[in-house]
Design a protein around this ligand. Structure first.
Ligand code: COA
Length: 213
């Protein structure tokens, strides 16, 4: 049966296109994951805050390597897209930025992220979110990006606000964590929104596709 509403984003963007490298300002880049990143992912998941807010632990480097394999394959599925946030000079991982629960037909997606403990407090998450937001709206044509965090995670709320994701409300008892159900803040940006705070990266930057495809 033909759709009465055209798809906002063609699935081929993900099924046929290569995952891009996205510059995130001086010294920072979002790049596809590499298998050699596994020890850094394993180390990040020893952090209690990452364990708490992402509701998982990594038992071994091999398990982190399995996750990376899943993250790499997710791209062509068109539902989740995952980038390593890396120091562009050294290549070392400082965090992760993802668009998950993507609904391409409607141009919807959800922003998610973590930053390694040693790299926190330097605005890395807002820079990564700004770069990924710019790519999603300006280059791919997303319509609405959501960002959810527990009401008990004020650091993540700051990232949302600094990245121009307006607080739309609180979803009651919406996510199960290890200590029980948490109310969740729902933030969002819609294409064309003006940022409520100064973005750390000018919108409109252009993604650079991987030279090696
Ligand atoms: C939330 C998180 C991604 C923020 O990343 P970041 O790159 O440190 O972001 P920022 O530098 O913009 O700091 C955000 C807030 O963290 C707090 N902060 C500052 N320095 C900090 C530090 N060294 N350690 C922890 N928090 C710090 C401040 O409240 C800051 O807000 P402010 O800029 O208004 O003062 C990071 O703390 C993290 O990964 N936490 C654990 C996992 C998590 O919460 N993921 C998100 C789930 S929704």
């Amino acid at each position: 049966m033909p759709r009465s509403v055209p798809a906002i984003i063609a699935a081929e963007v993900f099924t046929k296109g290569a995952q891009p490298v996205i510059p995130a300002g001086e010294g920072l880049v979002l790049r596809p994951w590499l298998r050699r990143d596994a020890p850094e992912v394993f180390a990040a998941f020893q952090d209690p805050a990452i364990q708490r807010w992402h509701a998982r632990t990594a038992e071994s480097v091999e398990e982190a390597d399995d996750w990376i394999e899943l993250w790499l394959h997710a791209w062509s599925g068109g539902a989740d897209a995952n980038w390593a946030v890396a120091d562009s000079h050294t290549g070392h991982v400082v965090g992760r930025a993802s668009l998950r629960s993507m609904l391409l037909s409607q141009g919807l997606g959800e922003m998610a992220y973590w930053v390694a403990p040693r790299a926190r407090g330097q605005g890395i998450a807002p820079r990564a979110v700004a770069a990924l937001t710019s790519w999603a709206f300006d280059e791919i044509g997303f319509h609405r990006l959501e960002l959810r965090h527990s009401v008990h995670n004020p650091q993540s709320c700051r990232v949302a606000m600094k990245s121009g994701y307006a607080l739309e409300g609180t979803n009651r008892s919406a996510t199960l964590h290890a200590d029980g159900w948490h109310d969740m803040h729902m933030h969002a940006r819609v294409a064309g929104d003006l940022s409520t705070e100064t973005l750390p990266l000018a919108l409109g930057s252009r993604a650079r596709h991987r030279a090696d495809g």
